[in-house]
Design a protein around this ligand. Structure first.
Ligand SMILES: [Zn+2]
Length: 68
């Protein structure tokens, strides 16, 4: 009777956790409009929300803060 090698555990769980879903608070620095979106945090810490632009046509001047 042979003993089986131990399977490596936990690796897959960590892979899943690296793509966390987070809520993100976005505030436009031009008009002050705020948005709450759901995004996905990737392994680099970058959060992808799919948010494109504010109602005032601002596309890149935002305060972005992840919510807990
Ligand atoms: Zn705006």
């Amino acid at each position: 009777m042979r003993s089986e090698p131990l399977a490596s555990e936990g690796v897959r769980d960590e892979m899943v956790l690296s793509n966390q879903r987070v809520k993100v608070h976005i505030r436009c620095r031009k008009c002050g409009e705020t948005f709450i979106l759901r995004g996905v945090r990737d392994s680099n810490g970058h959060i992808e929300t799919g948010f494109k632009r504010c109602l005032c046509d601002n596309e890149d001047d935002f305060d972005i803060e992840p919510l807990h």
